[in-house]
Design a protein. Structure first.
Ligand SMILES: Cc1cc2nc3c(=O)[nH]c(=O)nc-3n(C[C@H](O)[C@H](O)[C@H](O)COP(=O)(O)OP(=O)(O)OC[C@H]3O[C@@H](n4cnc5c(N)ncnc54)[C@H](O)[C@@H]3O)c2cc1C
Ligand SMILES: *[C@@H]1O[C@H](CO)[C@@H](O)[C@H](O)[C@H]1NC(C)=O
Ligand SMILES: *[C@@H]1O[C@H](CO)[C@@H](O)[C@H](O)[C@H]1NC(C)=O
Ligand SMILES: *[C@@H]1O[C@H](CO)[C@@H](O)[C@H](O)[C@H]1NC(C)=O
Ligand SMILES: *[C@@H]1O[C@H](CO)[C@@H](O)[C@H](O)[C@H]1NC(C)=O
Ligand SMILES: *[C@@H]1O[C@H](CO)[C@@H](O)[C@H](O)[C@H]1NC(C)=O
Ligand SMILES: *[C@@H]1O[C@H](CO)[C@@H](O)[C@H](O)[C@H]1NC(C)=O
Length: 578
């Protein structure tokens, strides 16, 4: 008992004192408190490995391994595993190269798992996770962390780019099983006065993925805008960090559409937060970042009637000199009017190509509105080109054709850096020329680049969210990325990370007072408080201190974090200056 108290009072740098120092009886007790829902965190590809490090659960198993090999980039299977992460470096300890990865380019390559030098290690996979069913499980996790000093992480789908949903030696609060979906066509937030008008909404459990929500919306003649991957969690990190979509220009960020959140805070409250009660945490959890203020159990979000969607998909021939620059010059010159006319789009700078959406214009109006781009690509340009334009009957048919037809890599180690590009950069001839040049140069800088025309420009700022206000002053969110395989050394990783950071520097220079999107951001973002939250940071910090005075929740560059020296971050690559 004395030992436990001493641990509870210990400074946070001694956290992650290895879960193995906690007596087995304590885990057994926790398991019984949470009704047998305690799971061991087993690295996703464990069943393929002959050798495993001490303490790693699971066993080699040929049949299970064959399934993993055949589904290594299958997000459904990854998410169903506590030990699976969509961006696979978060299964590993990057600083020490301890890992349990396969060769994603050839999952039967024995060099990854069947040579003596390759030992399956726990990496950053949580040692244990509680597959929660309600508030009492979350409270049990908080109490256990307080008593034993084990770091907590909140894990939904594991889509995280900054590593916030895993940590070495941690206990995960795993929300994946909370699957309820309830239509609420006349939703009034709890305890709001009669003057608050009902809205069309849906209430979903924290484990619901867009895949499930798109089907539900379709069956109920509704539209619920989704992110660029159907397996992103609809009520987890995505809305809490912002949440952009093809429709966010007109329909707002996911954070703009949240009407109510059921949350369990580290202080021990089980709250319903909305515009009428617990308004501080309601605001904080609409942009302040996941895994920081509490654990969402369920969330109510706005819905829209089923709608037809104008879709455009176009590709220009990159091999013809000058065409890439001409394409970006057109995009930059027309970006403000496209946004005003309700277009949302994903630009693919390295192809170059574009996928677009419009729910505001009729088919005729949409064709007229985009005729200039069609002429440019199909008539002015030479070489091979693609131009497709359809009016899709609904979001469900639109989505696979235009949103996910060019997929973001998954089941791979991938890291991101990004910048919000303000409207001001599109306002003068000089700034437009500079931006078009910088976009054109990207092909030589990075393997993956996405220019998201997803800022909530038409929707506007209702001062409801805690995302960086720069979002509402912007047109584009530009994201660059790079991927790597199982056999990259930790020393080459620091080069990979710093090269990617440098690749966004031209855009930081073009938009010095803007910011970056926390959910798709540089792990080593300079001046990160300002960059992710701008003037909202101070208020977010005070709300963090109110609801989590003991730092039970802490994550990399999250509001009020303990800084990189905390033991839970020991697997991050140490880059100078961070
Ligand atoms: C393939 C792919 C496509 C993407 N496309 C888009 C896109 O189109 N638009 C966009 O905006 N973003 C997109 N993202 C980024 C996405 O917003 C982030 O990865 C986000 O963090 C995912 O949240 P999650 O809950 O699904 O993931 P997780 O990794 O489970 O969690 C992410 C963060 O949220 C926290 N969290 C999760 N659940 C809860 C909860 N119930 N309560 C409290 N905290 C919680 C975690 O602790 C962690 O900090 C994409 C990511 C990937 C990998
Ligand atoms: C928790 O208890 C359940 C039910 O008894 C059991 O199946 C499970 O293996 C236990 N979890 C751990 C981590 O021991
Ligand atoms: C992905 O895995 C899930 C769950 O195991 C499975 O049902 C599904 O068929 C797999 N998808 C593909 C494309 O193989
Ligand atoms: C994958 O690796 C296996 C085992 O080394 C090899 O036999 C096979 O040819 C490889 N496949 C490809 C497509 O390279
Ligand atoms: C494309 O061609 C049309 C018709 O020849 C011309 O009017 C237009 O200026 C050209 N656009 C660009 C961007 O070169
Ligand atoms: C948001 O806040 C700003 C600054 O206080 C104010 O100027 C603006 O009118 C507000 N907007 C709305 C929609 O309330
Ligand atoms: C990684 O392994 C692959 C396939 O086994 C090999 O082609 C590649 O050169 C290796 N890369 C490094 C950095 O060792």
């Amino acid at each position: 008992m004395l030992l436990l108290l001493a641990l509870a009072a210990a400074p946070l740098s001694s956290y992650a004192a290895a879960t193995s120092s906690i007596p087995q009886s304590a885990w057994t007790q926790l398991n019984s408190t949470v009704g047998g829902r305690l799971h061991q965190g087993i690295p996703f590809a464990r069943s393929c490995f002959t050798h495993a490090a001490a303490g790693v659960g699971g066993t080699q198993n040929a049949a299970a391994c064959a399934t993993i090999q055949a589904n290594y980039i299958n997000t459904t299977l990854l998410q169903d595993n506590l030990g699976g992460y969509i961006n696979t470096q978060w299964e590993t300890c990057q600083a020490t190269s301890e890992q349990c990865l396969l060769d994603f380019q050839n999952t039967s390559d024995p060099a990854a798992f069947n040579v003596p030098s390759r030992i399956c290690s726990q990496g950053s996979v949580p040692d244990y996770g509680i597959k929660i069913t309600g508030a009492s499980d979350v409270l049990a996790a908080y109490a256990f962390s307080k008593a034993h000093g084990v770091p907590l992480v909140v894990k939904g789908t594991g889509h995280e780019y900054k590593g916030r949903s895993g940590a070495p030696g941690s206990l995960a609060i795993w929300t994946h099983g909370l699957k309820s979906i309830t239509n609420a066509p006349k939703f009034v937030p709890t305890n709001c006065p009669k003057s608050v008008a009902p809205r069309t909404a849906v209430t979903i459990g924290a484990g619901v993925m867009y895949e499930e929500l798109i089907d539900f919306a379709d069956a109920n003649s509704l539209t619920i805008p989704a992110g660029g991957c159907i397996s992103v969690g609809a009520a987890g990190g995505y809305p809490q960090g912002g949440g952009h979509s093809m429709f966010s220009n007109t329909h707002g960020l996911a954070a703009d559409r949240v009407l109510e959140i059921e949350v369990v805070t580290p202080r021990g409250d089980h709250l319903i937060a909305n515009q009428c009660q617990n308004t501080d945490i309601f605001w904080a959890m609409r942009g302040g970042g996941g895994g920081t203020f509490g654990v969402t159990l369920s969330m109510t979000t706005l819905t829209f009637p089923a709608t037809q969607v104008n879709g455009v998909f176009a590709i220009a021939d990159n091999s013809v000199p000058g065409q890439r620059l001409a394409f970006f010059q057109w995009m930059v010159d027309n970006a403000i009017s496209l946004a005003q006319q309700g277009w949302g789009y994903y630009l693919y700078p390295t192809i170059p190509g574009i996928a677009m959406s419009n729910t505001v214009l009729s088919q005729e109006e949409a064709e007229a509105s985009i005729a200039g781009l069609k002429t440019l690509i199909t008539q002015n340009f030479t070489g091979a080109s693609v131009w497709e334009m359809t009016l899709e009957p609904n979001y469900k048919t639109y989505y696979p054709k235009y949103v996910t037809n060019i997929a973001v890599p998954v089941g791979v180690a991938m890291t991101v850096t990004s910048r919000l590009i303000p409207v001001a950069n599109f306002q003068t001839e000089k700034s437009r020329a500079e931006l078009a040049q910088a976009m054109t140069a990207l092909i030589d800088e990075v393997p993956v680049a996405l220019g998201f025309g997803v800022a909530p420009f038409v929707h506007g700022n209702n001062n409801d969210t805690s995302v960086n206000p720069a979002w509402y002053e912007s047109l584009w969110h530009l994201a660059l990325a790079t991927t790597w395989n199982f056999n990259e050394t930790s020393s080459s990783l620091s080069t990979i990370y710093s090269d990617l950071s440098s690749a966004i520097d031209p855009f930081r220079a073009l938009a010095p007072n803007s910011g970056a999107y926390v959910n798709e951001a540089d792990i080593y973002e300079p001046d990160w408080e300002q960059s992710f939250w701008g003037d909202n940071y101070a208020r977010l910090l005070s709300i963090k201190q109110k609801y989590d005075p003991n730092h039970l929740l802490d994550c990399w560059q999250c509001v009020g974090w303990n800084g990189p020296k905390d033991a839970r971050y020991k697997c991050y690559i140490n880059i100078d200056g961070v």
